[in-house]
Design a protein. Sequence first.
Length: 366
Amino acid sequence: MATFLTVLGIESSCDDTAAAVVQRAADGTAGIRSSIAHGQKDLHRDYGGIVPEIAARAHAVRLDSVTQQALDTAKTSLDDIDLIAVTAGPGLIGGLLAGVAFAKGLAAGAGKPFLGVNHLVGHALTARMTHGVAFPYLTLLASGGHCQFLAVRSADSFLRLGGTIDDAPGEAFDKSARLIGLDQPGGPAIEQCARCGNPNRFALPRPLSGRKGCSMSFSGLKTALLQAHTKIQAEGDPTDSDISDLAAGFQQAIVDIFVEKSCAALEMYHQEMGEKPNVFAFCGGVAANQTIRQNLQTLCAHSSVEFVAPPLQYCTDNAAMIAWTGAEIYQPGQSSGFDLKARPRWPLDERNIPPLLGSGRKGPKS
Ligand code: AMP
Ligand code: MG
């Protein structure tokens, strides 16, 4: 592979401290030389959610060893790195500051250019890194903090077609798992538990079903699950089979919401872009869910659109997607300056359109 650019990526926007080395060849193909992610699940377990201060401190402590591990695994050193790409937003401000400060120090010490990258762009471009998908395409980005349908026109041009108006689906998985006594992260726990459950036993809602557009809502689903769980508890301790049925019912509701709204998003993409997409890419942590993947794949097969979902380790937060994004958008001589600021909010679609999030309820994420 004739190497065009070798990029060190750094990610610390939430609760994964990650570093990766990715190469982009002259023909645009990607070579992932290493991707190391150190999760903080154990540090936050007792608190029932991510504690931003604890996350930031843990990033500050681990960034250098995780980066060294990424360089060692790639059998390379900073000398051979052409660019350092770092997540500059959106995310938890403490973690972003830790990553951005670390990248600045590394760049200054090694005399290398560095570039602040949008974490959401990282997720949205992952399908290009893993499957060489060509622009333009439709993506559903569904993670612990975000959910939106985007027409990806280029590496720096996105059209938001719709998204969640309240919780992110990963957040709904996590909170719902906690409500029914399952482990964190809730997504994999619910998926596992749902395998032997009956998805039709509980009548859980499909919020915004039948409404025009591809906006979604997940917070009422969580409340309905809590009510169903409370009702069972009033009759005695829930059995394993009760919990499996609740998990299966919840997962099926998410499947149904995604399928209906993906159908609408395919149509909206057609209207906005003048043609239907060649590819529908499913990305973000929730894209690790096999049942949701299968259902969206079936929908795409019916619509004659190619369905792409990255390998699981590139669905959840990782630094390979950040390095890749750096490689896609970097123009020599146009790196970030040392005045680069971390941005807790950083919408992908830069048009002056009102935020979707908060039209359902007020929330800290966008
Ligand atoms: P991210 O924010 O992209 O790092 O993704 C993390 C989120 O993805 C968490 O909310 C997880 O619960 C969720 N997630 C991870 N694996 C799965 C899965 N198999 N099914 C559903 N959600 C998942
Ligand atoms: Mg993410």
